[in-house]
Design a protein around this ligand. Structure first.
Ligand code: NBP
Length: 500
């Protein structure tokens, strides 16, 4: 029976909106929906008349707003940027004190900070909720990263916890098997309040940056298996399927195994062989890298993953260059099975570094924006529903449980030991790649990050000398306290002449 007023409303009935609306309705909440093009609303409502909570279609924003129980809770799922602003602009005059507007799109966190401030000035509440997991996640349980005022979170919490993905409390593995009208109710929900204003969208952006790194690393390992070991996609897929049973158990490894074993329905043969090697991107990896540069935090694995997509995208230029530029030649002589193990370890160590960088970014951002982020909880939310879900995240939660103020994941005893055990193989993999001219930007830069981070002394003493030489930028001295700066009138007039 339809309630007089709906529990929640949703604007934007494209892929994400439709799936999230059905997920919410499956959990017994009545949801009103509105879309700019009304025919989409009509088709959607007509196709979904028997959900447990009920879906109510509306034709105008006024009708939509009036159909909601107060304080109104409204999720917007439209394109990030101008479209989101346009929807908010139309909505705000129709709302009342304490109503809650939730942006579930991929907004830039700075936009969310601005919108939260503007809506607060209007007596309204604004939540920027990262939603991860794509279409499938939205339908059966996404990972949800809401940011905004704590009391706004308390209002939406029952719905958020209900619709989120669920993981097993002990293993951290995602509980699967939800069906239309039959959602999963047990387990630990992958949703928690991240922090004020833009914190949720910031954490979602970092999630996506890490996703870029994970995907690229896997591609590099595939490239090495093919280029050095001469393996065909099906065999490589079988290796990934095996790896998915162990330390690397994750959604991205699982789908990689499937993709590599997929036959081309048109021409036969492995489908992956006929997919053009020019990557697209929507921008969240780029935002993460720009933010890393802005804050001065070292996140090369994520940045290299973005650059790798950029380089792949200039396909025609690369094809032309391949006719002119030469690389290394020579046969690869290592034992195949051994080397597959080497690649496993290289992937695992690089993954640890990539996540370490993502968490370093969040650690810095919380200082910049005055948030208090719970890193263990963030890793917990990512255990299910999202693209980077992995057994590995349980280990990160445990690491922050041992030490909530951990400076870097690499310093956690579990991860430190994991790298000690695997690093010689990591170095072998990178050396082989360099020696045979196979590009491995994320595996190599992760190793450089590791070696840089563990170095008590780096060559930037010389760099500071260079800066002071040409620009009088000054330098600190190892034999004086930090914060004391010196300048020299270079070069030394009394230095001996060069022997050259
Ligand atoms: P789109 O980003 O393609 O949004 C299009 C929808 O917004 C259409 O239904 C459109 O209506 C509606 N819309 C409304 Br209402 N007002 C609009 C306006 N003023 N301008 C433009 N469109 C307007 O949908 P999506 O792919 O479902 O993604 C929704 C959000 O979720 C995005 O921010 C996206 O980045 C984010 N997200 C997507 C994924 C994913 O896997 N796709 C994952 C996680 C997050 P119409 O029918 O009249 O055109």
């Amino acid at each position: 029976m339809t309630k007089e007023k709906s529990d929640i409303g949703l604007i934007g009935l494209a892929v994400m909106g439709q799936n999230l609306a059905l997920n919410i309705a499956d959990h017994g909440f009545q949801i009103s929906v509105y879309n700019r093009t009304t025919s989409k609303t009509e088709t959607f409502v007509a196709a979904n008349t028997d959900t447990p909570g009920g879906v109510v279609g509306t034709e105008t924003l006024e009708e939509f707003v009036q159909s909601l129980a107060k304080p109104r809770k409204i999720i917007i799922l439209v394109q990030a940027g101008g479209a989101t602003d346009a929807v908010i602009e139309g909505l705000v005059p129709l709302l009342e004190q304490d109503d809650i507007v939730i942006d579930g799109g991929n907004a830039q966190w700075t936009d969310t900070i601005r919108r939260e401030k503007e809506l607060r000035a209007n007596g309204l509440r604004f939540v920027g909720s990262g939603v991860s997991g794509g279409e499938e996640g939205a339908r059966y349980g996404p990972s949800l990263m809401p940011g905004g005022a704590a009391e706004a979170w308390n209002e939406i919490k029952p719905i958020w916890l209900a619709m989120a993905a669920k993981v097993d409390a002990l293993t951290g593995k995602q509980l699967e098997g939800a069906k239309p009208g039959r959602p999963i109710t047990g387990g630990v929900p992958c949703a928690a309040h991240i922090g004020p204003d833009g914190a949720g969208h910031y954490v979602k952006m970092i999630h996506n940056g890490i996703e870029y790194g994970d995907m690229q690393m896997i591609c590099e390992v595939y490239h090495l298996m093919h280029g050095l070991l001469g393996m065909e996609p099906k065999e490589i897929g079988q290796v990934f399927a095996r790896w998915n049973e162990g330390l690397l158990d994750s959604y991205l490894i699982e789908i990689t195994a499937d993709i590599l074993q997929q036959t081309d329905p048109d021409a036969g043969g492995p489908l992956v062989d006929v997919v053009l090697d020019a990557a697209g991107q929507k921008g969240t990896g780029k935002w993460t890298s720009i933010n890393a540069l802005d804050m001065g935090i070292c996140a090369p694995t994520i940045a290299e993953a973005v650059f790798a997509r950029c380089l792949s995208a200039i396909k025609e230029e690369r094809v032309a260059a391949s006719e002119v530029l030469t690389g290394s030649s020579g046969t690869f002589t290592e034992n195949r099975d051994d080397f597959i193990g080497v690649l496993h370890d290289a992937l695992y160590c690089s993954k640890i570094c990539s996540y370490a960088q993502g968490f370093q970014l969040m650690r810095e951002a919380q200082k910049e924006y005055n948030w208090t982020l719970d890193f263990g909880q963030i890793a917990q939310i990512w255990r299910g529903g999202c693209i980077i879900r992995a057994a590995f995240l349980q280990k990160i939660t445990e690491a922050y449980g041992r030490d909530p103020s951990l400076a870097n994941l690499l310093l956690d005893p579990y991860f430190n030991e994991a790298i000690q055990n695997a690093q010689s193989n990591w170095r072998r993999a990178v050396s082989a790649a360099v020696g045979h001219g196979i590009p491995t930007p994320t595996l190599s830069s992760s190793l450089a990050y590791y070696d840089g981070y563990r170095s008590a002394r780096l060559p930037q003493n010389l760099l500071q000398g260079q800066r002071d030489y040409f620009g009088a930028h000054s330098y600190e001295r190892t034999d004086r306290p930090r914060g004391e700066f010196f300048h020299l009138d270079w070069p030394d007039p009394d230095r001996p002449q060069s022997m050259v």
